[in-house]
Design a protein around this ligand. Sequence first.
Ligand code: ADP
Ligand code: MG
Length: 489
Amino acid sequence: MVIFALEMNTDQTQFELVSGLEIHVQLNTESKIFSSDSAAFGADANAHISPVTIGLPGALPKLNKEVIEKAMRIGLALNCSINQLNYFDRKNYFYADLPKGYQITQDNKPICINGHIKITLSDGSEKTIGINRIHLEEDAGKSMHDQHDAFSMIDLNRAGVPLIEIVTEPDIRSAEEASALLVEIRKLVRHLNVSDGNMEEGSLRCDANISIREKGSSVFGTRCEVKNLNSIRNVRRAIDFEFGRQVEVVSSGGEIVQSTLNFDADAGTTSPMRSKEEANDYRYFPDPDLPPVVISDVWLADVKAGMPLLPKQIMLGLMTEFKINRSDAALLADDNDLLTYFNKASAHIKHKKSLVNWLIGPLRALMAEQQISITEFLTSPVQLAQVINLVDEKKITQQIALQQLLPNIKDQQEDVESVATALNLFIAEDTDELEGFVDQVLEKLHPQVQAYKKGKKGVLGLFVGEVMKLAKGKADPQKVNAIILDKLK
Ligand code: ADP
Ligand code: MG
């Protein structure tokens, strides 16, 4: 086996990277693309199979309509044109985890074409990456070669799970751009509820096509395709390694041979699977078992009308509505779980701006401290809204809400006010009592009162703090402030 090794003594700065990605996204439908078998991940081997899945002769595929709809949604989000007349094609090849002897896919009539996506890079600049096409296909089964000494095992649960393949134009010029693109695509598929976007479970996988050319040149070099990258980090590593390797080859007078490569994640290197001469000839032809799919104008219009706002639009909306900065707005807009929580809580909140402030401020800090995400947060959106309302109504201080009320809401059915009452957390309404505290403090701190009267206004904070202590935190600091000022007049 050939494994490429690198010496890295060449001048890389003369060269430019050119890359295009083929991104496979497993759709999160309940059932498979051409059968009613469950498409769920993680079942016992071969629990989700049927005559269609195992390719028994005469078993007929039947299209799952939801797959078309999900592909349209992601296509619209990526600014593609939708092909309203779709064919499915057979891609013929022999492999043990493909019992039919062909994969059903789309060849020259993919469902979406000619789109683009904007990515933001770490220096704040924006870049547009073209989307060449998005096509639909079925996933293959899984071969396992490490379960038995003498045999390979096959699990066909994944066979027939719906996939879309997003093919970008060769517009990517750095590993950073590739990873920003994947982050953006993952965000979108999650936001649109098209896929869980989980790279560890293989719901999102990527092949990276990589070539180099001399800077300033406008022709493309010969490309190599690194297959099956299963993390964003590995995409970056594979691109960086291949770039270095190809520069080395070209600088030493060699030529790049068009080939398909494996990436070894432990070593961080690529090695050839097959060259162009050995490339498969798939003999594509339209699948006679499946009629063409016609997307009517009405159906397309319906899907368009049902598109939610995209994360970027939401971010801009939050920025203007709540006067928050871009990164705070992105915190909410880019996290689908947090956004869902926000929307649920919103329906019960008196001042939306407070909810935003809590979510990007103290609650984010709290979750970071406990190392949990919003889905693990014990307080329900309705309860949180009630807590924030109590603070906004000055019935409870923010500090007490965070330190004593929230940690004591232990179940999502619990009534927030009852918990606060039981723990005696409400701000004392009793002005007489507060005035008493103020008198005590001003008497005790007589020298400071004298200083205040001579113009040392800074000691006011000290008085407020002392009164709050006497009130065990259950007083409205502004009210305390007002009483003190009144008494000092
Ligand atoms: P094929 O149909 O043979 O797979 P495509 O033209 O559809 O080839 O391209 C597949 C992927 O390769 C696309 O993502 C495309 O952007 C990328 N690509 C094409 N040419 C190059 C090149 N010279 N260097 C890097 N990537 C390329
Ligand atoms: Mg290809």
